[in-house]
Design a protein around this ligand. Structure first.
Ligand SMILES: [Mg+2]
Length: 255
């Protein structure tokens, strides 16, 4: 797969799209509804807000990039290596980390094995473990060529029949649910919306704005390639060239 320029552009677009969508949606993440967002941002959310000092990426982007680096360094998935990188990130930064992820990584930090920590976290809070953290950071796995789980493929098949108003974006109590997040992202891909238009829409639509926009950004970037990203957004991302190169290396390493 190495050297296929179209594939390389799509890989770069996927990872940059994820980071762009994440950064665009961060300021509106906790506002809940489209109405509250309009009130707080009367001129709209059109640009990526600069990240805080010493924290270039929110959790969605940070964990995805670390997973990508781990897949390359370990030549495949090594749960201990990924966990070590994530724990280190949690301790020095951890911006945006979700409660379930934080709980599991804290257990790992105290000596539990990664899969055991995951199981224990799940048992502590059964029925609350279908958060979208898993999809927001899984893009590097896809770039490396591993197969998508069934639930992702089912979501793709559902969306052609839905209209924009049916999308589960700001349903009370359901923000951040993993299947909704996948469904929303695939809807915009299936209905031929541009990356810029989609991310601006999702950053202002309420619900889990930053992760919905991150996952949609990754999918639209994968579909249209790097050219779909507005150049001003690429400029507003810290280390964008390194991110694009990571995507390229993952595709070159694909199994
Ligand atoms: Mg986040």
């Amino acid at each position: 797969m190495q050297g296929n320029p179209q594939l390389v552009s799509r890989a770069r677009g996927a990872l940059l799209g994820l980071v762009a969508g994440n950064q665009l949606g961060v300021p509106t993440e906790h506002l809940g509804t489209a109405e509250a967002i309009r009130k707080a941002f009367p001129n709209g959310v059109l640009d990526l807000a600069p990240p805080p000092k010493n924290s270039p990426y929110d959790d969605d982007a940070a964990m995805a990039l670390l997973l990508g680096e781990s897949l390359l360094a370990s030549q495949g998935f090594d749960a201990n290596d990924v966990a070590r990188r994530w724990v280190k990130w949690m301790k020095v930064d951890g911006r945006g980390i979700g409660i379930t992820t934080k709980r599991a990584l804290t257990m790992i930090d105290r000596g539990k094995e990664p899969f055991e920590a995951g199981q224990l976290t799940n048992q502590e809070n059964p029925g609350r473990s279908a958060g979208n953290g898993s999809v927001m950071r899984c893009i590097p796995v896809g770039l490396r060529g591993d197969r998508a789980p069934r639930v992702l493929r089912d979501a793709i098949h559902r969306v052609p029949r839905e209209s924009e108003g049916d999308l589960p974006i700001a349903r009370a109590g359901e923000a951040g649910y993993v299947v909704h997040c996948i469904e929303i992202a695939f809807w915009f891909v299936t209905h031929d919306r541009s990356l810029e238009e989609t991310l601006i829409y999702l950053a202002q639509a309420g619900g889990d704005t930053d992760t919905n926009a991150a996952v949609a950004g990754a999918l639209l970037g994968a579909r249209y390639g790097e050219v779909a990203l507005p150049p001003r957004w690429v400029d507003q991302i810290t280390g964008s060239e390194g991110i694009a190169q990571l995507a390229e290396r993952l595709v070159a390493d694909a199994t």
